[in-house]
Design a protein around this ligand. Sequence first.
Ligand SMILES: *Cc1c(COP(=O)(O)O)cnc(C)c1O
Length: 803
Amino acid sequence: MKNINKESFKKEYSKRFLELTGKRIEDGTNEQKYYVLGSLIRGYVMNDWLNTQSRYKKNNKKEIYYFSMEFLIGRLLSDNLINLGIREVCQEALADLNIKLTELEELENDQGLGNGGLGRLAACFLDSMSSLSIAGHGCGIRYKYGFFNQKIIEGKQVEVPDNWLKQDNPWEVKKKDESEIIKFGGEVRLENVNNKLVAKHYNYEAVLAVPYDTPVVGYDNGVVNTLRLWSAETVNDEFNFEAFSKGDFSRAYEYKNSVESITSILYPDDSNYEGKILRLKQEYFFVSAGLQSIIKKYKNKNGEIRKLNEKIAIHINDTHPVLVIPELIRILIDEEGLSWEEAWDITNKTVAYTNHTILSEALEKWPVDMIKKLLPRIFLIIEEINERFCRELWSRYPGDWDKIAQMAIIADGYVKMAHLAIVGSHSVNGVAKLHTEILKKREMVDFYNYYPEKFNNKTNGINHRRWLLKINPNLRDLLIENIGEGFIKDPLRLIEFKDKLEDKLVLEELCIIKLDNKINLADYIYNTKNIKVDPRSIFDTQIKRIHGYKRQVLNCLRIMDLYNRILENPCMNINNRTFIFAGKAAPGYLLAKNVIELINVVADKINNDKRVNDKIKVVFMENYNVSLAEKIIPATDLSEQISMATKEASGTSNMKFMMNGALTIATLDGANIEIKENVGEDNIIIFGTKSEEVLEIYNNHGYYSYDLYNNDYRIKRVVDSLVDGTYSNDRERFRIIYDNLLRYNDEFFVLKDFNSYLKAQDKVDKLYSDRCNWQKKCGLNIASSGVFSSDRTIQEYFNEIWS
Ligand SMILES: *Cc1c(COP(=O)(O)O)cnc(C)c1O
């Protein structure tokens, strides 16, 4: 790719512009300029894309398919330019044409086909697989509407549809000729054909699955893998013909709409299971389409079906795609004529599963009746898996009905998807050490005892090309200047930066870079929120989904407490702080929505109180998404990772902040523990109840939030201020939060950890006062962050699961 030169690029761009828009560049809109650039870059990638596929075919390489309900990609333009190594050339060429590349980059709509961490992880994995020259592809759903856009109106979250495809998407290629048929409903009969029982499916509803392929460009290696997203259409563009010919047009359209609705919306729930039939349809739809196309391709390469697992690995991102297990068995038996034993063995060796959570409300279980009706053949297969598994359990634990009932896949009228995933796959991994330990010792302990060899840990990671090179170019340059470019392909080499931190000039550079980033963010905050913040204050940031367990309430209560204290003691000697929040609440999650409202109301009050304004400001930034994260993270001094211990499986924003030189204030939860191990305990601020104690309190019910409230004046004062008119004349306005803390005994230990959190924040303030020392700690965080690159994570998946 490097042999593109400026002049030829200018020529090609102008030519393409005319072809696609029928206009000269100077008469075009910026949107058109962006689209033409995108389509030109995609054109550049096409040859590499084809060559990569031919290479895989020729070398008969094992291919990995990462199945995920969500891919939270964000924007693609600049990442592709960076990975192709042509960003500078393009920037200069466009400048000659009077076009600012950075302006076009800002015009791209986020591809927001995910809720949060789980979907973003899938996106980071795609980049790492390509960049490590691993033959790994994504398989998911092309939602017509992505994760909703959030507006804040009178302090409240308002959800607005994300019609991201209103802007033409230059990255995808529709491949209608590679469509697949998906069958829903109907009846299945087992019929005797040549003395063999064969399942026949009648009266089903057929839906067409149409793939859209997006190239996934590796960094500087010519590799281009594929993200294949499926969209639902009617077969043969049909309407309901019967209704149509009778003149009942609205019913005729209804049919088309009902088919297309399968892929129209992303469910905006994170860490929460909802048994909606449309969701089940989505899950089977993309799983069946993906599998059918994989097997077709495999057979085209003359692959022997009995050796499928030697050439194909399928990974499922949480249980949402777990129907790959019965669906693969169905294909192998019903379409390929294999025996149950053969089909089971191949499936087991092909599929691996990642567990993402131990929150019980997030564990999928589908009513038997729903699966039976929608997917009759799949249900029969799940039943068979369950029966065989229970028989095995019976011979291992004779008479232990309780254990068998606990472990069964089908129980109490439900199919438990995590059990199906564990039984049907050869590998089960958690996403951070603590999380995997909790799976093994508690949540899945029976399964661990039964299949100890299946369980393993793969600590999450982030794509350092996006989350460092792209979003923090000045830091990138400083690193290259000091340790060379080696860390780009081998992020562990970031550790070489450690030695450079003895140099005062390097520390000063770090300080200047951070300040620069903070000035940019301050401008952005002023332009979007009309709030003036001081770039020299500590930028103290918590951005993530709004959720009880993530404890934005704890953060907000300490701000309210600090506000009280500054009013009491106006000469209080502290470093100025800017508190930054962003995050979306699931539309039906009232507590989370109440928290958003509280933060906004507190922000309003504090920001308009001149008595405290040279000291503190609070900003809630609207519509948290990948692109907003990219703006906030490089400008942050303090990263808030304050979930209740045991609740956050890993977290990944914690890694993004670390890599950009923020210090972390954290509980010992998820990957925070590994961040501490890598950076050293002096370079992170730890507080709060530890996981062992949390688990113990669960066992002996030894926590009463009322006691804390009654016995601690500061806690009482700040909790009372939720309902005493301090922040709102409507004293019921924050009742949900108040009740959660007291009446419902503070499920997430907000009050229990309050004092320890305040002390930790005091420590942060002291540390920040010694700027040189603080800067050195920031540098150590950057230098120690290489292990959290998703390159390391993917290499582990590849070596230990997929090979
Ligand atoms: C990284 C990221 C997340 C995950 O954040 P956590 O703090 O780990 O929950 C969620 N949303 C977006 C947009 C992200 O970039």
